[in-house]
Design a protein around this ligand. Structure first.
Ligand code: SF4
Length: 687
């Protein structure tokens, strides 16, 4: 730290790991970061994104003034008074004309818990709509749906701190070293202490290269290999039948299905050699402490919820749950996607995963909100485009999301947004979505606001205002509260701590947490009282949070993805992220260090496929699905298997979600983002 600087302790803005560090501040500018050595997760370590996190905040592209689209179709600067009056007036008009169910609201996993709580109150109390959702719909909606049914809680069962004591680590569908690098460093420490690593992933990702066993399966065949593990474990007497008898229900029904998935059957479906499957199943089952980690390779499928059921089945059949360093751990992507889910920025729930049809819960919220929340279940964000097209939804209010880039089959959502009567977007940068907005409202960024994030291991942590926002940007919660006040509903919040106290008073899992208690270190929920220390691992002694206290087995079968390669489209396209960029790139692509690392879109292709197509690294190729084409550079690599290509959704130059298919998991309504069929054409030789 240099003279004239001060330090402000905060939580990282990018991934769900929730590393903490100090922001270095000089003359109202963020100038650097200093890691926190005492933080239980980061322990003085950060990834490149963390080190460079502050650099997008002062970017000249920041939205600085409220804008309304004029009669020529241009966004025109207006005063806050005019913008807020206009938004409130239009929303009231639409509500009067069509009813509250004509309005949908999108929250944000990038915003604080306090921002999201005010948004939820705005939607359910002020407007009266349950069409509330956020980007968890695109990543871990199937986790929330699946683990909530299997275990009673849709979150990581263990803390990150416990990883180092694991004996076996099973990673599937998570490129952990790129997407959660600091969690990967905990895994590396476990490996240095003798832990064994199994990676099940179609790609030869970095963790697969150091794994004791890497199983590379065909995309979309997860249920088959997981049932195959269970088949081997039960047939070889490695199941923990005492745990199954004493703490679970539904084993027999599950086994009726899993017993069909012999290693031979699994090999024919997945391509995994049966000897490797057997070896891996024995390794996982025989450990005393075994942890499963997964991410979007499991969840972003039409079978996403069933994939999660299958992993829960695997953990329960071995009794690998409810103990330290032993459990099922979804790695949440965004910094506050756990918090936004906790706050019920999803339809059909109230904050704290409470049931909006429960009369006692309804009364509790009505006492604070002054009105009962809707008892009906709203649309998921992935259903909103269709609802706009059929005339059900007329207005959308978006806080900090960019669905025009992040949702599948982009053309469909663009067409829908063109048909909206009213679209409000509040954000920090112009995005593909603000291009469709009737009103754009400038929000404060991370580093400019106070509040809390809840990380992937359920730890509620402080974020702090270190610098003033640019020009007329305002806190998200303030903007929403001002719109609500103009609609006749005054919440009376003066600062985020008041918001936190109100939401904690309504959510039993947060009710023992306060700003005072998390001043230096966060607390993992559930934390039901002010003297409760928080809960590092869930389901202790096999006590699940289900109504009968037992874990629930669900029988699940393999089904083919909705679109498989054929003669016309012979490749599997699977999508994901790279380590240095973040989601739709609106923040990370404005950081020149990160942009320098990966400046342009690329498509990974296997060397044998590349040879057949006459393609070399750097050649420009066209990737086409039934929904459109994008062009990008080829990257020839053995990371992907033959017949599979991989790309990311960070780049507007090659918006990969033009290609992905808009078919949803019927339970979680998450789209199939991991498997689409494409063909590859060479466009231009790299000079
Ligand atoms: Fe931030 Fe995640 Fe990197 Fe930690 S691992 S510094 S939370 S991006």
């Amino acid at each position: 730290m240099l003279p004239g600087e001060r330090l402000v302790l905060t939580t990282c803005v990018w991934c769900g790991t929730g590393c903490q560090f100090y922001l270095r501040v000089r003359d109202n500018r963020l100038v650097g970061v200093v890691p926190s050595r005492s933080h239980p997760i980061s322990r003085g370590r950060l990834c490149l994104k963390g080190w460079k996190s502050f650099q997008f905040v002062h970017h000249p592209d920041r939205l600085k003034y409220p804008m309304i689209r004029n009669s020529k179709g241009q966004l025109e600067r207006v005063s806050w008074e005019e913008a807020l009056d206009y938004v409130a007036g239009r929303l009231m008009e639409i509500k009067r004309k069509y009813g509250p169910e004509a309005i949908a609201v999108f929250g944000s996993a990038k915003c604080t818990n306090e921002d999201n709580y005010v948004l939820v109150r705005f939607a359910r109390a002020t407007i009266g709509t349950d069409h509330v959702d956020h980007c968890a719909r695109l990543c871990h909606a199937s986790t929330v749906a699946g683990l909530a049914r299997s275990f009673g809680s849709g979150a990581m069962t263990n803390s990150i701190d416990e990883i180092e004591d694991a004996e076996v680590i099973l990673i599937t569908g998570s490129n952990t070293s790129e997407q959660h690098p600091v969690i990967a460093s905990h895994m590396m420490r476990a490996l240095n202490r003798g832990a064994r690593l199994i990676v099940v992933d179609p790609r030869r990702i970095p963790m697969a290269r150091i794994a004791h066993i890497h199983l590379s399966h065909r995309p979309g065949t997860d249920i088959a290999w997981i049932n195959g593990f269970i088949n081997v474990i039960v047939n070889e007497g490695l199941a923990d039948m005492d745990f199954v008898r004493n703490h679970t229900t539904g084993f027999e029904e599950m086994w009726e299905v899993a017993k069909e998935y012999t290693p031979d059957v699994v090999e024919s479906i997945t391509g995994i050699p049966k000897e490797d499957l057997i070896r891996a199943a024995r390794m996982y089952a025989s450990a005393e402490k075994a942890m499963i980690f997964y991410a979007m390779g499991i969840t972003q499928h039409v079978t996403g919820t069933h994939n999660v059921f299958a992993l829960a089945n695997l953990a329960m059949v071995t009794g690998h749950i409810g103990k330290p360093s032993t459990g099922v751990n979804p790695l949440r992507g965004q910094n506050n996607v756990q918090g936004a889910s906790d706050l019920a920025v999803v339809p059909g729930k109230l904050p704290g995963y409470q049931d909006p049809t429960d009369p006692e819960v309804r009364r509790k919220f009505a006492r604070v909100w002054g009105v009962e929340p809707p008892a009906w279940k709203g649309f998921a964000s992935t259903q909103v485009s269709d609802a706009i097209m059929d005339g059900t939804v007329k207005a959308v209010y978006i806080m900090g999301e960019n669905p025009v880039r992040s949702h599948p089959d982009i053309r469909h959502i663009e067409e829908a947004f063109e048909n909206l009567e009213f679209l409000v977007v509040q954000d920090i940068f112009p995005t593909e979505t603000t291009k469709f907005a009737h009103v754009v409202l400038p929000a404060t960024a991370w580093g400019e606001k106070d509040g809390t994030f809840t990380n992937t291991d359920r730890r509620v942590q402080r974020v702090r205002r270190a610098v003033a926002p640019p020009a007329e940007a305002r806190d998200d919660w303030w903007i929403i509260q001002e719109v609500a006040r103009r609609m006749g509903d005054d919440y009376g919040f003066e600062d985020p701590s008041q918001i936190f106290d109100e939401m904690a008073s309504l959510m039993p899992i947060y009710s023992g947490i306060s700003y005072d208690r998390i001043e230096r270190e966060g607390i993992p929920w559930p934390c039901p009282s002010p003297d409760h220390p928080g809960t590092p691992y869930l389901h202790r002694d096999g006590k699940f949070n289900t109504p009968d206290g037992r874990g629930r087995f669900f029988p699940v079968r393999h089904v083919d993805p909705p679109e498989l390669p054929d003669e016309e489209y012979p490749f599997y396209l699977t999508t994901g992220r790279v380590g240095v960029h973040w989601h739709t790139g609106s923040m990370s692509r404005r950081i020149h260090y990160l942009e320098r690392e990966v400046p342009e879109p690329f498509v990974e292709i296997n060397p044998e496929d590349a040879r057949t197509l006459g393609v070399r690294t750097g050649d420009r190729i066209r990737v086409c699905s039934r929904r459109g084409c994008v062009e990008a550079k080829a990257l020839v690599t053995d990371t992907v298997s033959r017949g599979v290509v991989f790309s990311t959704f960070h780049f507007e130059e090659a918006p990969i979600n033009l290609l992905t298919i808009n078919v949803l998991d019927p339970i979680a309504l998450i789209p199939e983002l991991k498997v689409s069929a494409v063909r590859i054409e060479k466009v231009e030789r790299n000079a």
